[in-house]
Design a protein around this ligand. Structure first.
Ligand code: MG
Length: 456
């Protein structure tokens, strides 16, 4: 017994010494900001080639930081993508395989460790701003999952449509009073329906408040924009500002918002101690017509596992730490939890499988990461896998509409470097690569322990 107590006491003393004397080091721990757009496509920003949407702030962020050509959301739709980002695990592990609705009972289980929960335990201030979409009931809300504060919508801005809003979400001028979605602060209703024309501005003010309130304490800000998910609303200042119609206006306002966040970090004197990551939860919602975004030269969009459904803009910015450049290393939102927790000196969970990797060698030393598979989930099924430049599709199905899944035996094989639009199936020429990708899928699936499916 004594033999067990001594190591425990030693560990406790070490912990107390660390907490008691290392306050200076603790103060130097970096601030961590994740800006997460909703349905922003790979081709929607100036720095990703869009000719008619102007995004000078994001273009500057990209020029000052690292721009990923091959960055992925870990699911092609909102809820599983958010669950995966915050837990560092494919959504099948938390049982959040599908989109939640306002009357859904399910949500992110308490058994999951979110980035916020781990950082809060490590002494970080933690704030959520924007869309949540991981459950509205007790135990599922932002403040139940490690966030000190929360301001935003509990789910998508097209939900709770009333008679005026039904079927109007994809209109260029949707009715402002057509969607009864509430704006919540720390779970309490502030406004219903949320006035969506000023949401981006008000979220931005809240993000700035969080930054200014924590100049002497490390903070984690999870800023999950409501837009450009439809219905689209821009403030009067941005309405009509782009060549691309309301979709472009909304994205240009998001660009302004990012500029405000970075400027506030600079003005507060903490920019050199802050990592900011910018990305999107899934590809463009193509069935929204002109009110949906663009995946550029990538195939298809939101809801499917072609590249356009899951490959999204990805920027990482940290003045003085990240060398400006462009990388084609594949990375995903699954990598954020291990990356952020390691930077913060927080405990990375070891009692459960994590699906991402620490990106530090790539971000700070420009080193290639060890080759690893990335799995494209559609619901509970692995639809495709990528290793290196090669991607195999086991089944394909467009995101929306009546089309049935098309099974592929043998799988389709594409070289994403030579053929980013996934046009030329080369499976017949490379049976050994196909075998390798099938093996990776089989090993992943046989080790997978799905979480209890959360009711929709
Ligand atoms: Mg989305």
């Amino acid at each position: 017994m004594a033999g067990m107590i001594l190591p425990r006491l030693t560990a406790l003393v070490c912990l107390l010494v660390f907490v008691g004397t290392d306050a200076g080091a603790a103060e130097r721990r970096p601030n961590l900001v994740v800006i997460f757009c909703d349905d922003l496509g790979y081709g929607d920003l100036g720095c990703y080639g869009n000719p008619s949407i102007r995004t000078p702030q994001l273009d500057r962020m990209a020029a000052e930081g690292l721009r990923f050509t091959d960055f992925y959301a870990a699911a092609p739709v909102c809820t599983p993508s958010r669950a995966a980002l915050l837990t560092g695990r494919y959504a099948i592990r938390s049982g959040l395989n599908n989109v939640l609705f306002p009357d859904s009972k399910g949500g992110l289980p308490q058994s999951e460790v979110t980035i916020a929960k781990a950082l809060k335990a490590a002494g970080y201030a933690t704030a959520h701003v924007g869309k949540w979409h991981l459950g509205i009931h007790e135990g599922q809300r932002p403040t139940d999952h490690g966030f000190d504060s929360s301001l935003g919508l509990p789910y998508s801005n097209d939900m709770d449509a009333n008679e005026r809003g039904k079927g109007k979400a994809r209109d260029p001028e949707p009715p402002l009073d057509g969607f009864d979605v509430p704006l919540l602060r720390d779970g309490k209703e502030l406004e219903r329906p949320a006035v969506q024309t000023t949401l981006t501005q008000r979220y931005t003010v809240e993000a700035q408040r969080v930054i200014r309130a924590n100049t002497d304490k490390p903070f984690f800000l999870y800023f999950a924009h409501t837009f450009p998910h439809t219905p689209l609303f821009a403030s009067p200042e941005f309405r009509g500002s782009s060549r691309r119609g309301i979709y472009g206006d909304v994205v240009q306002e998001l660009d302004w918002s990012v500029g405000q966040v970075l400027a506030t970090l600079r003005e507060s004197g903490v920019a050199e101690n802050t990592l900011v990551v910018f990305t999107s939860d899934n590809g463009p919602w193509l069935t929204q017509g002109l009110q949906g975004g663009s995946a550029g030269l990538l195939k298809d969009g939101k809801g499917c596992t072609w590249e356009g459904g899951m490959r999204v803009p990805g920027l990482a910015w940290w003045p003085g730490r990240i060398k400006p450049g462009v990388t084609s290393e594949p990375a995903s939102t699954l990598d954020l939890l291990p990356t952020l927790l390691t930077l913060a000196g927080a405990l990375v969970p070891t009692d459960r499988p994590l699906d991402g990797a620490d990106l530090a060698p790539l971000l700070f030393e420009g080193k290639a990461l060890p080759e690893r598979p990335f799995f494209y989930y559609r619901g509970t099924r692995v639809a495709a896998v990528r290793i290196g430049e090669y991607k195999a599709h086991f089944f394909t199905q467009t995101g929306y509409g009546a089309a049935k899944p098309e099974e592929h035996t043998p799988p389709l094989l594409y070289h994403l470097g030579r053929d980013p639009s996934e046009q030329y199936n080369i499976a017949a020429k490379h049976p050994e690569i196909v075998e390798r990708l099938i093996k990776a899928r089989d090993e992943h699936q046989s080790a997978m322990q799905p979480g209890t499916v959360q009711p929709r």
